[in-house]
Design a binder for this molecule. Structure first.
Ligand SMILES: [Mg+2]
Length: 341
């Protein structure tokens, strides 16, 4: 065999390995987020201590059958589709309009849950405002509606080493519904954390590195440095020891991110991370969905209980879309590394 052909075969093997490595991370991040969402749906808004979830349940808050997922998953699936279609933020907002108004990307063709800021942004977009100007800008519009739908961005960014470029993309996808810098900083922390877990870093090291990133890239007066202060507990060494009574799990982006990271850091399995997050109460679906994406990336598919996966409503459609997404991401990674597929 000639040297050239040996190199080709070696490259082919490496491409297969690279593709497999991407699949290993896309699947659990996506399914982890969906599982967290559907586990939280029946008990959304319930107060901590008034219920206990230890399996996939149904009915409750929205009277939906077991395995029903909500806006967190629907809007994430819209982004997945939009990435595969190489769409823009405007084509993504078109999908959000279809979600809100026609039940697009929902389990049963009906929308039963949507955040106020997201709905207002969709209305602005329908009235002709460009997607980039649709997000709410006030301090009171810092809900978790952007972080709950952006996990797929990780698979566009894992080969991007410029923090500035990553921040730009994350900002662009956040501000279509949430334009306040606190929401944008929340999205940066969340995506950067997923990226570090993607690269197999420990949770502790990942968190430490993220605070350093902000300090290295933004000076004292930069608005993102100032906004980082609102998230400072996450970066404190004893964050895991914060008592549960001091962890809020409502829809404020700071609280949601704290609750999700705290749930992941205080448990040793995907299952326990999700159950801890759901049982915190309040914005259960989104807190557990964020926890689920992080825990999925961290524990991989082996960690996700098969009996929970089997209960996802419309699972075949989701399987099909996630498969297309992982193939897209794998091909993208291979082209970035080798120049061709
Ligand atoms: Mg929801």
């Amino acid at each position: 065999m000639s040297g050239r052909r040996m190199t080709d075969r070696w490259n082919d093997d490496n491409k297969i390995f690279l593709g497999f490595n991407i699949k290993k991370k896309v699947l659990p991040t996506m399914y982890g987020g969906i599982i967290g969402d559907l586990m939280g749906v029946p008990v959304e808004f319930k107060k901590r201590g008034t219920f206990y979830i230890n399996d996939v349940m149904g009915y409750g808050t929205y009277n939906q059958p077991p395995g029903t997922w909500s806006d967190d998953t629907s809007l994430t699936l819209c982004l997945v589709e939009n990435i595969i279609e190489k769409g823009t933020i405007n084509s993504l907002m078109d999908k959000f309009v279809r979600y809100r108004d026609s039940g697009y990307c929902t389990p049963y063709g009906e929308t039963f849950d949507i955040g106020v800021s997201t709905s207002e942004a969709i209305s602005k977009f329908k009235n002709g405002v460009p997607a980039s100007n649709c997000g709410g800008t006030s301090e009171y519009e810092n809900g978790n509606g952007a972080i709950m739908r952006i996990s797929p961005l990780v698979f566009l960014l894992h080969n991007e080493f410029s923090f500035e470029k990553k921040v730009e993309l994350i900002k662009q996808y956040t501000e279509i519904t949430h334009s306040h810098p606190r929401a944008i900083v929340g999205s940066i922390i969340y995506v950067e954390l997923l990226l570090r877990l993607f690269h197999n870093n420990s949770l502790e090291k990942s968190i430490k590195d993220i605070s350093e990133l902000f300090y290295e890239n933004f000076n004292d007066n930069h608005i993102y440095r100032k906004e980082l202060n609102h998230y400072k507990r996450i970066f404190e060494e004893n964050f895991w020891e914060v008592p549960i009574d001091e962890i809020a799990s409502d829809g404020y982006v700071v609280h949601t991110l704290e609750a999700a990271i705290w749930s992941l850091g205080n448990t040793k399995s995907f299952k326990d991370a999700i159950l801890t997050a759901v049982n915190l109460g309040d914005d259960t679906d989104t807190v557990a969905s964020i926890t689920g994406a992080l825990a999925g990336m961290y524990y991989k598919m082996d960690g996700i209980p098969e009996e929970w996966l089997a209960k996802i409503v419309k699972k075949e459609d989701i399987d099909h879309l996630i498969e297309k997404f992982y193939e897209f991401c794998a091909n993208k990674a291979i082209v970035e590394e080798y120049g061709n597929i």
